[in-house]
Design a protein around this ligand. Structure first.
Ligand code: NIG
Ligand code: FE
Length: 403
């Protein structure tokens, strides 16, 4: 791709220098050269230099940055439809986990698969995301729970990037659950598996960030701290699953380590929000898990707004708490369940999701200097993307961004 001038689009730029809601530019044009945005503005203001670029007519369609799913467990074996039935009969997510189901049942199903089989299983979920305008997907390990099995998951995640026109960011989540062979020996699990596995995965270039599940059914804050110390020593980005089912103050811990994001956050309180503000940590909210687990404790949305903590949204695509592979559905759930505005929701899967992955230099907005990566919609107003459920108005994607 060389020089092109995309014209006659309604642009949702999320350029923070544009005062309009959504950073909207009506009758917009975008000049693109070699995968990078050169200029964005109203058609009538196009500088002379870009007027001879090859024209692409957007025919009045809505254009957004391509979507980013910044928190998924997309690579995994099997499914947990049986546990879904059990929960409908009254068992709780925690009951099932403590009885050896939950994450551990997916661990068993994942350990039985080869890299190729994991890739084949994940592709339909990935394709479902891509079909709705997604260009970047974060994928966590966390269902292997041995050094080799965790690395296998990350290899499968990396392989997905070879199979599709998509950018994959990998996150090492060996501190997701305590495997049966380390029952009542969680400290040993961290020393013998989590920390050495991180070192090998890092050496092999398999890890972009490190995550940990800080919760009563998973790891304590002091255990998570040991994981983060190792991540810091390897100069890896940090994320956390925190305050999902209780408040262990994992978010404040992660903020002290300068975490890119803290995710879930239903039980977060104001001191945790203040800590995120100080560290610049993004709040990744996961309405799919909230919905699927039929939670009723809402994350502290107003407090996050008051402190101007960026809010991102993601599918959390996983077989246990959020078997969801649609970011359009997440937009709708975030508005209906969390009362986000459609503008906040859309920003949550573009600009703020880019921030949650540390890729906002290149992605998340339509602005000069960023990659030319756009989703083009058969829609008039951006609120339409959040308003419908179960409907995909994607017309096409324009991808000049290179891997
Ligand atoms: O993000 N919270 C922990 N981990 C996943 C659930 C994983 C599972 O149940 O398999 C989550 O919700
Ligand atoms: Fe998760």
């Amino acid at each position: 791709m060389t020089n092109q001038l995309l014209k006659n689009g309604r642009l949702v730029t999320f350029d923070e220098d544009i005062a309009e809601q959504y950073g909207l530019v009506e009758k917009g044009a975008i000049a693109v050269s070699n995968g990078e945005i050169q200029w964005v503005g109203e058609f009538e203001d196009i500088p002379q230099a870009y007027r001879q670029y090859e024209a692409v007519d957007l025919e009045g369609r809505l254009v957004t940055p391509t979507f980013i799913d910044c928190h998924t467990h997309l690579v995994h074996g099997g499914n947990r439809a049986r546990e879904f039935e059990m929960r409908l009969q009254g068992a709780s997510y925690e009951d099932i986990a403590r009885a050896g189901g939950g994450i551990i049942s997916t661990v068993k199903a994942t350990r039985g698969k080869s890299v190729e089989e994991l890739v084949e299983d994940a592709l339909p979920r990935l394709d479902s995301l891509i079909a709705e305008g997604v260009a970047v997907v974060e994928i966590k390990s966390g269902y292997g729970l041995t050094t080799e099995e965790e690395l296998k998951m990350l290899r499968a995640a990396r392989e997905l990037q070879q199979r599709r026109e998509v950018i994959i960011k990998t996150t090492y989540l060996a501190a997701h659950a305590i495997p049966p062979e380390y029952e009542n020996k969680s400290d040993e699990y961290i020393d013998q598996i989590v920390l050495p596995g991180m070192e090998i995965g890092h050496e092999e270039g398999l890890i972009d960030a490190v995550d940990a599940f800080c919760e009563g059914i998973a790891f304590s804050p002091s255990q998570v701290e040991r994981v983060f110390n190792k991540a810091k020593s390897l100069d890896l980005d940090i994320k956390i699953h925190a305050e999902q089912l209780s408040n262990l103050k994992g978010t404040e811990l992660a903020a002290r380590y300068g975490a890119l994001s803290a995710d879930h956050l239903e039980y977060l309180e104001e001191d945790g929000v203040a800590a995120m503000k100080t560290s610049g940590t993004v709040a990744v909210l996961l309405p799919g898990a909230f919905y699927f687990l039929r939670e009723n404790k809402l994350p502290p949305i107003q407090s996050l707004r008051d402190y101007s903590v960026p809010i991102a949204l993601a599918t959390d695509c996983n077989p246990g708490s959020s078997p969801v592979s649609s970011l359009l559905l997440i937009l709708n759930l975030a508005c209906t369940l969390f009362r986000l505005t459609p503008e906040e929701a859309l920003k949550g899967i573009t600009l703020n999701a880019a921030k949650a992955l540390g890729i906002e230099k290149d992605f998340g907005a339509i602005k000069a200097g960023k990659k030319s990566s756009f989703a083009i919609w058969d829609a008039e107003h951006p609120a339409e993307l959040a308003y419908r459920a179960g409907f995909n108005p994607l017309h096409s994607m324009y991808r000049g961004d290179e891997k």
